[in-house]
Design a protein around this ligand. Structure first.
Ligand SMILES: [Zn+2]
Length: 252
């Protein structure tokens, strides 16, 4: 078997493997996406919880301030009730009134913060629901991935062994080229040759559909490993096409 045919066999085994694994690959991608979204929801949830803690702590400070002012007013009222002069009484009254204004401000602040805290609590509730739903989808995705994997794992093992056996017969440098092409171009790593019109030399690469030069065709006919001069894929000449392209005199 010439190098071109050996490489074609590796390529065919690789295609079978990829085809078999495509549903597994899709299931793995979907699972990874769900995991990614869960991480992001977790971060969001954590950030909301820490916002809530901060706001509740500040609200508590404002409430404590209100309580402190109340105690102070209470004490001043007691002192005011036993005031000896009108001047003393008026002084207590002024102080109490000033404290009442301060109390109003602190209370307003506490109410505002508690309203904010309530809004964040509903956000946290929604975020918890989202997490629960996403976790459910992730678990289904995991199950799906495992099912796909179980379905094909034995066959994949067989195919991998076959691919490895075939690959061991190909020169490592050429194999590396094929692997690179598979990475970049997937199924278009190798392509056949399409004879559109032999007499007018319209013979194309089946991948990029560009016409192939005559020198390149004669290389192929000699069984030499050849890349498309346009797209760079490895070319493969099957028996049937080779027979068509064989110069008239040399037909077997
Ligand atoms: Zn091409």
């Amino acid at each position: 078997m010439n190098e071109s045919k050996k490489l074609w066999a590796v390529y065919q085994a690789e295609r079978k493997l990829r085809g078999l694994q495509s549903r597994l690959t899709a299931a793995e991608r979907f699972l990874a996406e769900q995991e990614r979204q869960l991480v992001s929801l977790d971060q969001q949830h954590g950030s909301l919880a820490s916002q809530l803690r901060q706001i509740e702590a500040t609200a508590k400070e404002s409430e404590d301030e209100v309580a402190r002012i109340d105690a102070r007013i209470e004490k001043l009222r007691e002192e005011m009730n036993v005031a000896r002069t009108n001047k003393e009484y008026q002084a207590f009254l002024v102080e109490i009134n000033a404290l009442k204004i301060e109390r109003g401000r602190a209370e307003e602040e506490a109410i505002g913060l508690l309203e904010k805290a309530d809004a964040i609590k509903s956000e946290i509730e929604r975020s918890t629901e989202n997490k629960t739903e996403r976790t459910r989808v992730r678990d289904v995705a995991k199950q799906e991935r495992n099912t796909r994997n179980d379905e094909i794992k034995d066959r994949v093992k067989e195919l991998q062994a076959e691919r490895d056996r075939l690959a061991s017969e190909v020169e490592p440098r050429i194999l590396a080229d094929l692997e690179r092409l598979l990475e970049d171009r997937d199924e278009d790593a190798m392509a056949g040759v399409e004879v559109i019109d032999k007499r007018r030399h319209e013979i194309n690469c089946a991948s990029c559909m560009m016409s192939l030069p005559i020198e390149l065709l004669s290389q192929l006919l000699r069984g030499n490993l050849t890349n498309c001069s346009n797209c760079g894929c490895f070319l493969h000449l099957d028996e049937e096409t080779a027979a068509i392209l064989q110069p008239a005199g040399s037909k077997r």
